[in-house]
Design a protein around this ligand. Structure first.
Ligand code: NAD
Length: 460
């Protein structure tokens, strides 16, 4: 039975009662819930693949690579480190605080709202749930209604595996999410576009609820004179074509030096032929666009430049060929908005400095990529680009490293997760000081004197 908006206040009150009961604080219980989540995935890999096949024509290998592998590894890592992360963390107490001991004590945030997006509809709703469980929270999950079949599957599987007293799924679109956002949560974890990110943050401000906003943006990819073109082309094609470009950290556009432009186009074309054949729309390894609205939006971009590779599409199967554009129109929309599809504009820049200036003229991206063989170019890039994540000589691969926090900066979001960053994000890091009673140092107490002030200056 779907949960109606009129039931949300009760639902949240139930979760809050569970939280207050202390159930979720027990580390063994958290570990058990994480194990159950792992079992949910293992037991239903085929159904998950089927739902993602329906919503996005996701090939099985991409289901594993882009959705399940990250979840399995995050669950394993959280279970391995849970005790360590949850322990009070001793910090130094200065002389003025002696005798005393000081600690940072992670405590669960409380009841968390997790709102997912449609492009990786399993990973983006269950991924934030992992740190939510590990950190000892209750949670309401709101999967994206845009990936319809996957949302229904999540809603049916979660209650069958996780403790319903602590974890609930609410299905719905704008109306339902708006009603949820009117309620008081202890943290809101949102993944999606920045326009709705603002809506979420505005609603959260009513209750002074902290937010994590995992947003998107235009992630640039620079190919300089010293880059190995064959490797760059193969990796760019992989990162751009995965999920048909509907990936928040996909290379959005390429900045290339004049010397490399023509050979890079050749190399991209031959990698496309190798991976997807010459009839790319027919490839079973290539996803479809999520719906007609996004298909039409993307197709309009194809006319905004010279088609160097691709350009074909078939609305009946919602597929657009991987398409490289050059000679972009000066007012091209695809160079202002996040593309979020298989269109790759290519823009010439004189050198690394010009590439960095181009990127800095826009909003801070979620990810930035540089293909180079030149260490000083790499340093210049790292020193000058503010971005959520960077990968040198590859794309997307930082997602494999559990100790690298993931999240945006500025327009691409706020807050981070994965590994301990997620645990800390969904905890309150309480500052605790324990004071010994003896000896009592008298200098802070009245009556004050110049002598005491002098001592405070020395030891304070
Ligand atoms: P979407 O349409 O699925 O929306 C995201 C969520 O917001 C959904 O659950 C939806 O129900 C809810 N929503 C939509 N409109 C709303 C409203 N008016 N009020 C309240 N809730 C509302 O996803 P999208 O926005 O199309 O997602 C694409 C964007 O997400 C891209 O910009 C992409 O880069 C970004 N993204 C970021 C990450 C990340 O991890 N940083 C991951 C995936 C996608």
């Amino acid at each position: 039975m779907p949960i109606e908006p009129s039931q949300y206040p009760n639902l949240i009150a139930e979760l809050r009662a569970t939280f207050d009961s202390g159930l979720t604080r027990d580390l063994a219980w958290r570990d058990q819930q994480l194990a159950r989540l792992n079992a949910l995935l293992e037991d239903h890999e085929d159904q998950i693949a089927e739902a993602l096949g329906h919503d996005l024509a996701k090939p099985k290998q991409e289901v594993f690579l882009g959705e399940l592998a990250l979840l399995y590894s995050e669950i394993k890592y959280a279970r391995k480190n849970l005790k360590k992360w949850a322990k009070p963390r001793r910090v130094r107490t200065p002389l003025a605080g002696q005798p005393g001991k000081s600690f940072v004590v992670p405590e669960p945030a409380g009841v968390v709202l997790i709102i997912g997006a449609w492009n990786y509809p399993i990973q983006l709703i269950l991924g934030p749930l992992i740190p939510a469980i590990a950190a000892g929270n209750c949670a309401v999950l709101k999967p994206s209604e845009v990936a319809t079949k996957t949302a229904h599957l999540v809603a049916s599987l979660v209650p069958a595996y996780l403790d319903e007293r602590a974890y609930r799924v609410v299905e719905g679109a704008v109306e339902e999410t708006t009603a949820l956002l009117a309620e008081k949560f202890d943290h809101i974890f949102y993944t999606g576009g920045s326009a709705v990110g603002r809506v979420v943050m505005r609603a959260a401000s009513e209750h002074l609820t902290p937010v994590t906003l995992e947003l998107g943006g235009k992630s640039p990819c620079v190919v300089d004179d010293s880059a190995d073109l064959k490797s760059a082309a193969r990796r760019i094609i992989w990162g751009k074509c995965l999920n048909a470009g509907q990936t928040c950290i996909a290379p959005d556009y390429v900045l290339v030096t004049p010397k490399q432009k023509a050979p890079l186009i050749e190399a991209l074309k031959s990698e496309l032929d190798r991976m997807y054949g010459t009839d790319r729309l027919a490839s079973a390894d290539y996803c479809k666009i999520i719906n007609e609205r996004h298909f039409d939006r993307l197709l309009a971009y194809v006319d905004e430049g010279q088609v160097a590779i691709g350009g074909a599409s078939d609305r009946s199967i919602l597929k657009i060929e991987p398409t490289v554009l050059t000679d972009l129109k000066s007012d091209a929309e695809c160079m202002r908005e996040e593309i979020f599809g298989p269109i790759l504009p290519m823009i010439e820049v004189a050198n690394i400095e010009a590439a960095v200036d181009h990127i800095k003229a826009g909003d801070k991206p979620l990810a930035a990529y540089l293909f180079t063989g030149n260490a000083s170019h790499e340093k210049h890039f790292l020193d000058h680009i503010s971005t959520g994540n960077v990968c040198i000589n590859d794309v997307l691969m930082f997602m494999l490293v559990p100790d690298l926090p993931f999240g945006g900066v500025g327009n691409s979001g706020m807050g981070q997760y994965h590994g301990q960053a997620g645990f800390d994000q969904l905890s309150h890091l309480k500052a605790v000081m324990h004071r010994g009673r003896f000896p009592e140092i008298w200098i802070r107490f009245a009556p004050y004197s110049d002598f005491k002030t002098r001592l405070l200056k020395i030891f304070g």
